[in-house]
Design a binder for this molecule. Structure first.
Ligand SMILES: [Zn+2]
Length: 71
């Protein structure tokens, strides 16, 4: 399984868990995240990374809430 793309802002590091699902972030793109990050909603951040490394490839973006009202 791919590594979670969750980003810990305070610690400036990538999540170490395995991703379990795709979620849509505020930038409109989908990211793979672990169960923990998928439940965090707006309090969590995700980012693009260079492969499975800790090297960040994009600016962090907040996650959308997992439950969204119908458009
Ligand atoms: Zn995570």
């Amino acid at each position: 399984m791919e590594r979670c793309e969750g980003y810990y802002r305070l610690e400036n590091r990538r999540c170490d868990r395995a991703a379990t699902r795709d979620v849509r972030a505020a930038d409109g793109d989908f990211y793979v995240v672990c169960d923990y990050h998928s439940r965090q909603g707006w309090t969590a951040s995700v980012a693009r990374w260079h492969g499975e490394s800790d090297s960040r490839a994009s600016a962090p973006a907040p996650l959308r809430p997992s439950v969204q009202p119908a458009a």
